[in-house]
Each structure stands twice: as structure tokens, then as C-alpha cells.
Design a protein around this ligand. Sequence first.
Ligand SMILES: [Mg+2]
Length: 307
Amino acid sequence: MNKKPTDLVKLTKAEMAKWLNGFDTVLTDCRGVLWLDKVINGAPDAIALLKTLGKEVYFVTNNSKNTRREIWQKATASGFEIDESHIIAPINSIVEYLQLRNFRKKVYIIGAEAVSKSLTEAGIESFGPGAEPTPDKLDDLIAQQVAKQQTDNVGAVIVGFDKHFSFVKLFKACNYISSIADCLFMTTNADKMLRFPAYRIPDTFALTAAVEACVERKALQFGKPNPEICQELIRSGKIVPKRTLMIGDVCEIDMLFGHKCGFQTLLVGSGPSSVYEFNVVLRSPKVNPELIPDFVVPSLGHITKLI
Ligand SMILES: [Mg+2]
């Protein structure tokens, strides 16, 4: 039997006050908690309230389609007061990883322009985003790749969300990783699917898995649920895991991340996949206990009404 999450709506005012006193730091996912296409009703007020109560707030996203600056601009324009340095995003984690290693080669990207933009800002050369033409003959593709591999000076391959993903990109990524000694292989996030009520969008997991299957190697993963992405904050003492709350809308990503880090976890019902999370994941008899949140609430905005 799964543990049953505590529904914040059912707590008394006194119990809510005790709950609020149970954490000093809040890490919150963005899409599905703070905004979808538009800001989610009440979310900016809830974040403002948490900050007024003295909570340190970080946004932690798996978005690999936008730079951290773009995410920060969206947050600010949506009414959230947050410092850009308090946004944890996979592209930035990758840039920091490469800088720590004094990386001087080029990066081949399966992913969005935002990845190359962030690398360029850090002085790292890269290529790959955008549509790739497919040669009619496979032999032409092989000849091009063999010739370029000698001179491209690639030292890393990054896989992120890429609406232009193709056989040509898969071919290139596999050949760089397989033919270059010590070639780094990284991915921005492990989200499988963006689940909307009427449709789904395949996310980065499948693209990374395609490359992994060909090179028989696992990519280093720089998004949630990898707990490494906030270990520096924990090591430096800025975050005390037991006194930290992770808020998210996806069990397999946000709740798993929170539990892996030793955080308390709160699942909101305002995401595009919330019907699936609440009706399938939480009700499944065989679910991994790390996917089950400690607390649930219909939306972040409800917190302001419950105090
Ligand atoms: Mg989300």
C-alpha cells in the first residue's frame, strides 16, 4: 500500500502554520506550477508570500529550449520576483560542468538554439541546432562525416529537446561519440513526454535514448531527477535537505528529484499531466514510493488561501 500524501486543503490553520514552519528553502518547478502558456492563477502571490515568510526560493526547470536569461525574463514578465542566479536550468549546469573542466573543444548539439547561445556566451564553440538536410545517398552522408570528423575538433555531444531531430543528427552524434576518444556525452533532461489532455509531445528522453542505444553508453544527465544538479547548494550549506520543499507537477521528475535529494515534496494539480499524475500514478498499487509526494494541493495559489 502506498503512503498517502497529506492534502494541504484538509489542514487546519494551525496545521498549515506548522507545515510552513517545516522548511526554510523552496525549490519549485516552473512549467505546470508557475505557468503554462500563461501564468497560473495565484502563483506569483504564493511565491511572494513564501518569500515574505522568509523562505529562500529557487526555480528549478528542465527547460532546454530557452536560455536561463530567457526563463528569468519570462518569470519577471509573469510577475515573479526572482534573481536570475536562483534559476537552476540544465543548460547552465552543462556550461558550468564544461567550464570546470576547462573545455576547449567544440560541442555538437542535438537541441535548440538556446543551447548554442548559452555555450557561445561562455566562450565555447558549438554547432548543430536547426534543420539538417538529408542527403539522398547514405554514402554521401558517410563521406561527409568521415571527412569532417578529422577536422571538427568535437569534444562533446549534448542532446536536448530538438523538433528537428533526424536520422542525420543521430548519425552525426553517434559517430562523434564513438570515434573520438574521451568525447563527453551529455543530455539536458530525462523527461519522456509532455502530456496534455488532448495530445502528447515526445520529450528529450527518447532522443537521448536513440543515441545511447547506438553508442552503448549512458549520457550524463543535467536535469531533474538527477540530484547532482543541486549538490553544490547542499555542500555549501545554502540548502539543508530536511528543511527544503520541492514543488512540482510531475511525479517521475519533480517528486523523484525531491526524494533523491532528501527534500520534502509537494505535488500540485495545475500541470498539463495532472489528471494522469493524480489518477494513475498516485493510485497505482505498484508505484515506486519515491514518486509519491508528501503533500498535495490543487495549485500553488491555494497556499495563500489556506493560511
Ligand atoms: Mg512541470
